[in-house]
Ligand binder design. Structure first.
Ligand SMILES: Nc1ncnc2c1ncn2[C@@H]1O[C@H](COP(=O)(O)OP(=O)(O)OP(=O)(O)O)[C@@H](O)[C@H]1O
Length: 263
């Protein structure tokens, strides 16, 4: 895999994630290289979101969730006691399926988190820069005092991306960011992802195969298999350059999935 010679931002080694006594996803080992877009694809329930949420310890908010194995961020273990998850989440931001702006003005959607993070610079400048980087400045610059909730779904999602950018992360995790959007808004987010990878490393979970092939440099295909207890456990089948995963995959299961034969 050519890209993996680049600097690694996030790395999982033998990652297992449990919810209570159930192993949800097993033995995931992968590297996320800097300034690349990595897509997680696979059928429902194979653990894509679960692995994604481990990268910024969002799973800590689920009381039954537990991991073993290791995850490092720039070479440092993120699951030690020394790491403050709130601080980690400002470095590794997250955008969710459903746009979730704060019920505040567009301006405050950006300023609020920045202030909480101790930002003391020029707030107007930060708001403008963040909205510009998220390609939503032109649509919002004349109504910064209006509610973020009054924007369209696609604009709200770009506002959420702006809010994430404002606290200066270097990784953006996206969990099906276009699932609730129409095709035109989806395209805008995809164009934005292309822009953003100049400055950020992006990991995106998507059910949309075309989207994965359009936006990502690398693709990780996960699948799930039945356990003896009657449950399901997810695992990583194949991780490689997107071009290879879609056109010349190493595994039969990957070929079947990307060609739409199952899932
Ligand atoms: N909060 C939770 N509590 C208990 N089990 C959970 C929780 N979240 C996910 N799981 C289980 O973990 C497994 C993986 O789920 P996850 O949502 O990560 O899969 P996914 O591949 O992202 O699925 P989808 O594509 O449907 O979003 C599933 O069996 C799911 O039921």
């Amino acid at each position: 895999m050519t890209n993996l010679s680049n600097q690694t931002v996030l790395k999982t080694e033998n990652l297992n994630v449990f919810y209570g006594f159930n192993l949800a996803v097993r033995d995931v080992t992968l590297d996320i290289p800097i300034n690349k877009v990595v897509a997680f694809i696979g059928p429902s329930g194979c653990g894509k979101s679960t692995v994604l949420r481990c990268f910024n310890r969002m799973n800590d908010l689920i009381p039954s969730a537990r991991i073993d194995g290791t995850i490092t961020y720039h070479g440092k273990d993120i699951y030690t006691k020394k790491v403050d998850p709130v601080d980690l989440r400002s470095r590794i931001g997250m955008v969710f399926q459903k746009p979730n702006p704060f019920p505040k003005s567009i301006y405050e959607n950006i300023a609020f988190g920045a202030r909480l993070n101790g930002f003391t610079g020029d707030m107007n400048e930060l708001v403008e820069m963040s909205l510009k980087k998220a390609s939503v400045w032109d649509e919002t610059k004349d109504k910064l005092n209006q509610s973020g909730l009054a924007l369209s779904g696609g604009q709200q999602q770009r506002l959420c991306i702006a809010r994430t950018i404002a606290v200066k992360p270097d990784v953006i995790l996206m969990d099906e960011p276009c699932a609730a959007l129409d095709p035109i808004s989806t395209l805008k987010i995809e164009e934005l992802i292309h822009e953003l990878k100049k400055d950020y490393t992006i990991v995106i979970v998507t059910h949309n195969m075309q989207q994965a092939s359009r936006v990502s440099d690398l693709t990780a295909f996960y699948n799930a298999e039945a356990t003896e207890k009657g449950g399901k456990v997810g695992y990583l089948v194949e991780y490689d350059d997107t071009e290879k995963v879609f056109h010349n995959p190493a595994q039969e299961a990957t070929r079947d999935y990307v060609s739409g034969r199952f899932g």
